[in-house]
Ligand binder design. Structure first.
Ligand code: AMP
Length: 335
């Protein structure tokens, strides 16, 4: 335990990962891009900061983490900078299932996983000819909702797509409802699933359109965009928890079918739209810690029920590593 350190990229959810690791008794390392160390110094969460020119250069510095006996915690910024091939080749101790990233990074594979879990998904239109309702068009690999557009119908889609410089995309049914993002944690050490917290995103300009009346929206020719700028905590009606627990359990079970035999473990998030009929439509899964857990550095109403200390998802990861080390099972949760 004393010799193991916890490391992550200085970005995304690093504050809670490093703070949580320190609270659990680990020494911590932040790998920061040159000139971007200020948050990790101001909030004093890193025992050591390694500055590298860019996250893209991480490969050249991996040996430092190996020498320091560090377990690396992946998060959204890491996954977007580092290809699956590189992740697989890396010799640094990595917390989580490497192969599962393949399933979350490709919209078609992601859909197969969610379907195997029996979840309700928005319809996907393979051809624009089939569009018979409002749709949201998503470029593959689009980050944080930028590069999406809405179309009312087939004609609107065809007019808009002509004006876009867009690569491969998916046409999804636009589900009207409230976005709810559920943050889960699955521990293979004791086979238990937990709901850690939930959020909704603060998106520009989608969340500001209500401040502009319809006439002005039309006059200004505003296109809805979903660029994430932050996150709000939410709790759901308690009667919905039963279903959310079942959905999370089914995702874990389905992951064992797509990535035999162990499936996924650690944090994951289901991104859903909850309709006025109280049906959850799942439009995305992230198989790692998500930025929506950031409002809960001091715990959430849900984690408060399970723990007598403030338990963020970041700290929960460190607790898992500590439990694994203490029971000689670290090799079951790092790759
Ligand atoms: P994403 O980047 O895929 O998480 O999506 C960005 C935003 O688009 C989400 O916060 C949702 O509000 C919205 N969104 C994505 N997919 C759908 C959908 N099928 N129906 C309605 N809204 C959606």
């Amino acid at each position: 335990m004393k010799s193991i350190k916890i490391a992550t990229f200085g970005s995304h959810t690093a504050l809670q990962i490093l703070k949580g690791a320190k609270d659990e008794g680990f020494k911590t390392i932040a790998i920061c891009e040159k000139g971007r160390t200020a948050p990790y110094k101001m909030f004093n969460v890193a025992d050591e900061i390694i500055e590298i020119p860019s996250f893209g250069d991480y490969e050249k510095y991996e040996h430092l983490l190996i020498e320091k006996n560090a377990v690396f915690i992946p998060h959204g910024s890491f996954v977007s900078y580092y290809s699956l091939d590189k992740i697989k080749k890396s010799k640094v101790m990595y917390y989580g299932c490497k192969n599962i990233l393949k399933w979350e990074s490709d919209r078609n594979l992601e859909r197969q996983w969610l379907q195997k879990a029996g979840l309700k998904l928005p319809m996907v239109f393979e051809s624009s000819e089939d569009i018979d309702r409002p749709v949201i068009v998503k470029e593959h690999g689009a980050k944080g909702g930028s590069g999406y557009f809405l179309a009312q119908d087939k004609k609107d889609f065809e007019e808009k797509i002509k004006t876009k410089k867009i690569g491969k995309y998916q046409i999804q049914e636009f589900v009207v409802g409230a976005p709810v993002y559920i943050h889960y944690f699955y521990s293979p050490l004791d086979g238990k699933l937990e709901i850690m917290s939930m959020d909704k995103r603060y998106e520009s300009n989608a969340d500001s359109l209500g401040r502009i009346n319809t006439n002005d929206q039309v006059a200004l020719n505003i296109n809805t965009s979903y660029t994430v700028v932050g996150n709000f905590p939410i709790v759901v009606r308690e009667s919905l928890l039963h279903e959310l627990i079942e959905m999370g359990e089914n995702v874990v079970k389905a992951s064992r079918k797509i990535e035999e035999p162990k499936g996924t473990w650690g944090p994951f998030c289901l991104e859903t739209i909850l309709t006025d009929k109280l049906e959850f439509y799942v439009f995305e899964i992230s198989a790692r810690i998500v930025a929506g857990t950031n409002p809960f550095i001091d715990g959430s109403p849900y984690s408060y029920l399970n723990y007598d200390v403030p338990m963020s998802t970041g700290r929960r990861i460190a607790r898992e590593i500590k439990n694994a080390v203490n029971s000689n099972r670290l090799n079951e949760i790092v790759e």
